[in-house]
Every structure is written in C-alpha cells, then in structure tokens.
Design a protein around this ligand. Sequence first.
Ligand SMILES: [Zn+2]
Ligand SMILES: [Zn+2]
Length: 292
Amino acid sequence: MISQPTAENIEAAIEDIRKKKPAFANIAKAFRELLIRRALLKAEMALPDQVFKPDPVRFSQGVSVWLQDSLIFSEDYPRKAIDRLFPAMGKGFPRIAPDLNILKTAITKKRFAPETIIEAILKGQEDLVTETASRLGMAPGLLQFVSLQVMKPFLEKLSEAMAPRIAHLDWHRGNCPICGAYPELSFLSTDAGQRWLRCSVCAHSWRYIRTRCPACENDDQSRMETLFIEDLPQERAELCHRCKHYIVSLDLRKCPQPVVFETATLTMIHLDVISQNKGYVPMATSAWNMMN
Ligand SMILES: [Zn+2]
Ligand SMILES: [Zn+2]
C-alpha cells in the first residue's frame, strides 16, 4: 500500500526509520524538514491555471505532455519556495549553506531562475546546466539538486492535475509520460504485482513492462541483475548490463506497512552505493543518490 506524502505521514515515516532502521536515522534527519516543508507547500498551492491538452498522436509516438508545450511558471513561486525551503535545506545539509546564499541572491535579483534548470533537465540540455553552474560558481549536480527541490512542489501539483487527462492513453516508454524525465524508483504493486515506475521530477507513476530496462528497453534477462540484502528482499537494485544504468525497486507486496515513497528511498541508499561502486549510474539523479 502507498501512503500519501502529507507532512504528517512523512513525519511519522521518518520517526519510524529512527526506531526501526537506525542506520538510516542521520540521512532521514537531514531530509526531514525539507520533505515536510515541500509537502506543506504543495498542499497549500492552488491547482495550476495551465491546462495541457496532449496530442494523442504525438503522445502515442512517445512525446511526453510537457515536451509538447512550454511550461508556464508563476513568477512569484520560486521566491516563495526558497523562503520556505532554503532554511530547511541549509539545516539538513550545512555544507551547501554558502551555495544556497549565492542562489538566494541570484534568484531574488533575477539573475537566475531555477525553472530554467528544470527545463534543461527535461530537454536533456546538460550544457545549459553546466554553463549556469559555472556562472554561479557551483557544481552542476548541486545546482540541479537545489533547483529540483525548489520546483518540485509546483511540478508535482501540475502533474497531479495532468494525470487524469492521460489516464485513458497508452504509454509504453521508460520515461515519464507527463514530464519526460526518467524514473527514480520502480515498484511492484500490492494487487497483482504489476510493475510501476515513479518519476524523479514530477512524481507521476506509470505502468511498465516488468522485465524491461526503462533506460534502454533491454529485454534480455541474462543481461540484467538484481541486488538485495537477505533480510530485506523487498528492497532491490535492478542493474542493466547493457546500458549500465540501475534503478532501486520496492516490492510493496512484501512491505509490512504502507510505504511513503519520499522516505522509503532514503533507506535504500546502501543499494545506490553498492550499484555505483560496481560502476552503474542511476537512471535519474535523485536527492538521496546525489547527496550521499
Ligand atoms: Zn514526470
Ligand atoms: Zn538498460
């Protein structure tokens, strides 16, 4: 079962990690306030004005909804989001505090807009991320992490509004039907053990073929590998030998209680470490696999 990522559920899930998985208490503590504040910001946001009408033909050809049109961001959202989220980020990750200060000034003085980084990520414009990071004097990964954290409540809200509009359309790709980003998590549902992928940018989930690599569509089982530790068979890393990507996965049928995805992934970082040490790269850069 999946538990909604409300501030209360996130708080309870993090308390649960502290009690039952103390090895992950520190990482959970670092993310605690950021995740709670993100959930609160999202909850208080009105449904976005922008309505997308996906073109069924382009959609069936694999063009994600937001890539068919330009995203419209409200002008005051980023400033509101940094006021709410930066203190939590600075507290959870003290070593990035100087970078947060630089970004806060740049955003306030309109020298930088975090939404440009999101558009660059979705359109695969890595050069733009690198150039902007070098202009601001910080690592590209860090700029990407902070921009995504700031924009996530807005993007998730917009994605939620979009989901019912594509529910009747077929999608067979390994990237997100709504925003086009790659998944951060794969999970098997409690009902029939169907496989779902969860988007690293907008948090949308979609069905996907169980035995296929979402990154390169490899179907050959002899070129895939699953890693897990004996005590926790429900938590796994799926490695593709063909494209050298991996994704962490959860079997919800074997999870003893409802799962809050935002916090469940924090307790799977050992699988990220093992996979990355073996030379595999995550399918999508996520907060926890970048900050560890
Ligand atoms: Zn998405
Ligand atoms: Zn692959």
